[in-house]
Write a protein that binds this ligand. Sequence first.
Ligand code: GNR
Ligand code: NI
Length: 168
Amino acid sequence: MTVLDILRYPDSRLHTVAKPVAVVDDAIRGLVADMAETMYEAPGIGLAATQVNVHLRVIVLDVSEARNDLKVFINPEIQQSSAESKVYEEGCLSVPGIYDEVERPDRVTVRALDLCGTPFTIEADGVLAVCIQHEIDHLNGKVFVQYLSRLKQSRIKSKFSKQDRAAA
Ligand code: GNR
Ligand code: NI
């Protein structure tokens, strides 16, 4: 297993739309293992393949306190969203140090493939629902800061561009 590098906003590769996985094979299972190791090491509660510059529809999540409940979603699709929405303070491993409020549907029903390629459906609420929606956004090329005002986005962008110049 390998800890992978995580792309940082405003890297344009974060806006790539990921392609569906055609076959859940050992290469995909290897990617999932590396993504899980990367997520736990970060540490984060979720990671989308987009963030490690692999543009396939693969997500890993673990919202458990004990960090022992890995969830894997391949080709995830939101089938139903609640009309009721909730605001949650979000963060992102691709935008380190930035936290802000995002409003999303409170509950979602998600259909995906597991590591054997078998379809399953789950109903999620709370932080799991937030995280699944945040990760599916990544697969669609969307970063949570895109829900914030244009002023906040431009401040965040210039902060990160300056940091990246200083690191170069
Ligand atoms: O680790 C993460 N924490 C988090 C907190 C609130 C809402 C969403 C998240 S996901 C984030 C990891 C990440 O960037 N996934 O894409
Ligand atoms: Ni993120």
